[in-house]
Ligand binder design. Sequence first.
Ligand code: ZN
Length: 320
Amino acid sequence: MAQHFLLSAASRTLSLRSIYKAGEAAAYETFCKMRWPETDGEAVCPRCGHDETYSITTRRKFKCKGCAHQFSVTSGTIFASRKMDFVDLLAAICIIVNASKGVSMVQLSRDLDCQCKTAFVLAHKLREAMALEVQTGEVLNGHVEVDGAYFGGHVRPENRKEDRKDRRLKENQTGKRRVVVVLRERDGRTLPFVAKQEAEGVELAKENVSRTATLSADEASHWDLLHAGWSVDRVNHSQMYSDHGKHTNMAESYFSRLRRMVVGQHHHVSPQYLYQYANHAAWLEDNRRTDNGTLAHIMVSNAMDAPVSRNWKGYWQRAA
Ligand SMILES: [Zn+2]
């Protein structure tokens, strides 16, 4: 039997040992090469595009010979105004791409010996970088599975039976429950959204799936509306999970990963951040057969392309 990809040596091309052994200078160089791939790491002015600069080596800054603008390798990217060493940043990326169900911020902060808050913001910035690859704005094609799964808003039952409330009633719910609707190509991308009702998935399909695609959905009645726009395979999960190739198993695999991420790592997820975790899990699904060195490479490269995060820059300073 062929060896599973994740057990093969080919899946392991990067390690924390190699990152720390190479050291800070090498990590810095990696970031420069990812930021300016077309000049092989030579600084290019982000303001005027001039590629000749004075290097202020002690402060790791550059000054443009054209317009005198001062900048660093992370200026204008999600890592702008970072305080962490580049070697730790690279290590954080390595830890995050290695964690196939995500990693909690407490764990990351222990591994990096930084504050929980720092780990939290860093992880969320990296999720933004991942989201760029997931939410491309391109429509899905081929065979697309659609399904939804509910997350969050758990109400803990009271200790005594007589104190317990009927949690099916709306007045006894938290209002924090959300559904993740996923659209997943059988041989391609995974595209998640957060909604209040699974039925909103119909509109999401209209916006994000090509009309030449074939859809697969389960027996839930709101999916009946999909038949007006597409050829749709239906499978009744109360009868069977797969009916001669009619199934939504790819969507279920995605939810399996997201569920484990939320339950096993984050334990709790607020509706505000669910979208980020959903994108993180989609990125991991789509890259499940990519070796970890390439994944870290993609992540750094995305991060260097991602603009300064509006959501996360100065997050704690604002919150305080
Ligand atoms: Zn310039």
